[in-house]
Every structure is written in structure tokens, then in C-alpha cells.
Design a protein around this ligand. Structure first.
Ligand SMILES: *Cc1c(COP(=O)(O)O)cnc(C)c1O
Length: 469
């Protein structure tokens, strides 16, 4: 399996090579040259596999440059009951109204990012040791990516993490989770701006090829293909749990921000997983929902990005979206490149002539959920099914309800646990959520964070001074 760039300007590379890079040298994103296909027999043969073994079967399709025994060891180290709290790793729980919850949030940081990141931590350490080199992870987070990356990489050999977060835009629990880490290889940088400002700085620094090479920069944000590949696993796991026959379809509803999670569902569907619908849920920052409805992609500026009560979805420009557009363009990298040039020049592009195909050919539908929707959905889900969901998952449940069909299981992806967003749960139910066992005093631990102006040069100087070389 070789990887190329969505913009056509990268010679084909192996999985281990793109693992250690951020953006492709031409500014595009790495994508498999040819997607593997899952036959009905293959899928049926995977029934009953423990999660770590399923992950091995799926990931070997994408990482065939890693010896199979080694890869199997890595997935077994990543997906343990000790790290994820149960043998299931990803439990499936019934909700009312034909829906079920795909439990992706039982990892160390209580959000679905752990699913991919725990594998990434293992495979990074493995590849770096094998190559005798080091890597400095530079990333931007609106909350959950950063903590998941830091928990997966803390104390790992050969890696340091520089994580930019928007100051004051994360919940106290999220802040405490990240900033309380005292490991020497973890650097938290709080930027006076919003998530997109952080992401712009990361893109600028990673786009400076001399700096990138000198500081050995890499990425773990959602543009990293290894994360997408690791996320494909739980779509297959969910399908295996919800069906008995090979031809049975399921739908997935996905609370979306950077388009990373749902992109993995799109990839699984293109590989042949019988997926009926991919239901994309946004909060008030509805750039992606607008695109699915109109075909016009019109990212917002930072000032037009609202701070909502599902903060991990407060994203105006979806970094993974380019991979979906690459497929919409039939893999024509020149057209992708032209669209992103148009985007840079005019602030938008228009694919309205293709809009009907989003649903008919790709299964994509979308919807918006507001603060009031979140509160009422948290309440009704608790009343009807006895299940407490977090505000992001509530956005997913709210939009999923409109697309439930008889005979088609609707799996809603649980993207975080409610304990992470206790203020909103308090507002919805009139009582807070007790923190999970072992995390009761998290918010009172000492915090370690560097506060900086929204200034790429300042961040650059800091990374230069602290990079692991
Ligand atoms: C990251 C995140 C999302 C959005 O996922 P994308 O892959 O960026 O679309 C939604 N909910 C939570 C809790 C998250 O952490």
C-alpha cells in the first residue's frame, strides 16, 4: 500500500513514512493510492474477534510495511481492558427509538480520540526506535485531540509534544487533564485566540519546510492518516455488533468538527462495509452541514466561529474535508488543487452541481443541533433509556433521530463522556456528573502551561528552544 497527496505533489510513500509527516510537501493530505476492499467473506470471518485482533486485521491492510507480528503486538498493547476499562473496548449500548450508542470514550481522556491515539503512541515509538530518530509533535487542539495525544505519548521515548490550545475555550476538566501533565516531553501552549488561530500557526510552521526539517516536526492532529485508519476499525466493529448477515446495512451518526471521525466512516463504506447513511451532526458552527445541504463550502473566519457547549466541534474549517473532496473529484488531484486555490482566493468553492450525489453515492446527510437541542436531548435520552450522554454525543443523537429507518440500526458515536462537560449536564439535569473514579481531584492538581499571544514567530522560537533533536 502506497500513499499519495490529495494535491498530486508527493511521490508514493509507505505508511511508516507518512506516519511521521504532517501535511504533504505540496500542502495536501496523504491518501491511499488504492483503497483495500472488504469482501463479505472477510467481514463475516471477523465476527467474534477481540477488538485488538480486529484492529490488527484492519490496520495491516493500511500498514503493510510493518511486519505482521510487530503490528499485532502494537494493537494488543494499544487496545487493552486496562486502558479502556472493559474487555469490549468499544461497548454498544441500546438507546430508545432504534438507536444504539457506540461507546468510544472509555479511554484515558474520556473521548473518542483515545481510540486512534493509543495506537498512534505505540506505532510512533516503534517506528522511531526502528529508525533511530526523534520526532517533535506539533499540534492544535480544541480540547480532546491534545489530551489524547499527550496521554498516548507521555513518557514515550524519542517523542516530544508541543500542543497549542485556545486559551479559555476549553472546559475546566479538559484544561486540567492536559495542563496537569508534568512529563518533560509534554509542552502545553495556550494561545490567546480560537482553535482556528492555533491551527493556522501549526499549518504555517509545518509549511516552513526548513523549520520543519530542522526541528523534526510531525503531527498527530486529525490529518494524520494513521488516525483515520485506526478509526476505520470501530466502524467495522460497530457494524459487526449490530448485524448478523453480511448484506445488512447500518447507519452511523457522527458529531463532527474536523471531519476526521466521519471520514473514517466514509473510508469504511468505500472499502465495502455495508453502510446506509453517514449522518453528520454539527453544532451551531454548521459549515459542514451547509456544504452537505447546498454544495457550497464556505468556511467561517475565527470571529464568526461561536463558542458553544459542544466545544470540541467549534471548528469553522475542517482539516480532513479535503480527503472527501478528493473522492468527490474522482481522485483528480489537479481539480482538488484548483479548488483549494479558489478557496484561498475567494473564501469558498461551489460544488452544488454534485450535491445530489453526496447522499445518493456517498450516503452523507447532515443536520444542526443547538444549545437548546443539546439540553433537551441529554434530558430525553436519560429519561427514555437511562443513559447519560455528553453534549457532543447529544448533537449526534439529536440529528440521528431524523434519519432512523425501520430495519436499519442507527449507531450514534459517543465522542466523549458526560463527566468531561459537567456544567452542561448540570444545566440539562439540574445536577452535576461526579467525575469518574480516580479523577476526582484532577482540577486541583498543579498545572503547567505556557500562555502566548497569537503569534507564529513566538511559537516557533519556543519550539526551536525545546525541540528534542
Ligand atoms: C474531536 C471531537 C469531535 C469532532 O470530531 P472530528 O473528527 O473533528 O470531526 C466531536 N466530539 C468530541 C467530543 C471530540 O473530541
Amino acid at each position: 500500500m502506497k500513499y499519495v497527496s490529495t494535491r498530486g505533489g508527493m511521490a508514493p510513500l509507505d505508511f511508516s513514512d507518512i506516519l511521521l509527516e504532517g501535511l504533504a510537501p505540496d500542502g495536501g493530505l496523504a491518501i491511499p493510492q488504492v483503497l483495500p476492499r472488504l469482501s463479505a467473506e472477510t467481514l463475516q470471518g471477523w465476527r467474534g474477534l477481540p477488538y485488538a485482533d480486529l484492529a490488527f486485521e484492519v490496520l495491516r491492510l493500511f500498514a503493510d510495511d510493518i511486519p505482521a507480528d510487530d503490528l499485532h503486538r502494537l494493537t494488543r498493547a494499544a487496545y487493552t481492558d486496562k486502558i479502556f476499562g472493559s474487555e469490549d473496548i468499544v461497548p454498544v449500548r441500546p438507546l430508545a427509538g432504534g438507536m444504539s450508542l457506540l461507546g468510544l470514550s472509555d479511554g484515558p481522556t474520556l473521548a473518542f480520540k483515545d481510540m486512534a491515539m493509543q495506537f498512534l503512541g505505540q506505532v510512533f515509538e516503534y517506528v522511531l526506535a526502528k529508525r533511530g530518530t526523534t520526532l517533535n509533535i506539533l499540534g492544535a487542539t480544541s480540547g480532546d485531540t491534545g489530551s489524547a495525544a499527550e496521554y498516548a505519548l507521555r513518557g514515550k521515548k524519542g517523542v516530544a509534544v508541543f500542543m497549542l490550545s485556545p486559551q479559555g475555550r476549553m472546559s475546566p476538566f479538559q484544561r486540567a487533564q492536559m495542563y496537569s501533565l508534568q512529563d518533560a516531553n509534554i509542552h502545553n501552549i495556550a494561545v490567546r485566540g480560537v482553535f482556528d488561530d492555533c491551527q493556522d500557526i501549526v499549518k504555517l510552521l509545518a509549511g516552513d519546510l526548513d523549520f520543519k526539517a530542522a526541528c523534526r516536526l510531525g503531527a498527530v492532529n486529525s490529518i494524520n492518516w494513521a488516525r483515520i485508519a485506526a478509526q476505520v476499525v470501530y466502524y467495522i466493529h460497530g457494524w459487526l455488533r449490530a448485524t448478523t448477515r453480511a448484506d445488512q446495512q447500518v447507519s452511523f451518526a457522527v458529531p463532527s468538527g474536523n471531519f476526521g471521525n466521519i471520514l473514517a466512516g466514509h473510508i469504511a463504506r468505500r472499502m465495502g462495509l455495508p453502510v446506509r447513511r453517514l449522518v453528520l451532526a454539527t453544532n451551531e458552527n454548521n459549515v459542514l452541514e451547509e456544504f452537505l445541504r447546498t454544495g457550497v463550502y464556505r468556511p467561517r473566519s475565527a470571529v464568526d466561529t461561536y463558542a458553544t457547549s459542544s466545544p470540541s466541534m467549534d471548528i469553522s474549517r475542517a482539516s480532513n474535508f479535503e480527503r472527501f473532496v478528493y473522492d468527490l473529484m474522482g481522485g483528480d488531484a489537479a481539480r482538488v488543487k484548483a479548488l483549494w486555490r479558489e478557496l484561498a482566493e475567494t473564501g469558498q468553492f461551489d460544488l452544488s452541481s454534485l450535491q445530489p450525489s453526496f447522499e445518493t453515492d456517498y450516503g452523507f446527510v447532515g443536520g444542526v443541533s443547538t444549545h437548546a437541542d443539546r439540553l433537551s436531548t441529554i434530558r430525553s435520552t436519560y429519561d427514555e433509556a437511562g443513559v447519560l450522554i455528553d453534549p457532543h454525543t447529544a448533537d449526534g443523537v439529536k440529528v440521528a433521530r431524523d434519519y432512523v429507518e425501520p430495519g436499519v440500526p442507527m449507531l450514534v458515536l459517543e465522542t466523549a463522556l458526560p463527566a468531561k462537560f459537567s456544567d452542561t449536564i448540570q444545566e440539562a439535569l439540574g445536577r452535576p456528573v461526579p467525575p469518574p473514579a480516580g479523577l476526582a481531584d484532577l482540577e486541583s492538581l498543579p498545572q503547567r502551561v505556557q500562555v502566548m499571544e497569537c503569534d507564529a514567530e513566538a511559537v516557533k522560537a519556543y519550539v526551536k528552544a525545546h525541540a528534542l533533536l
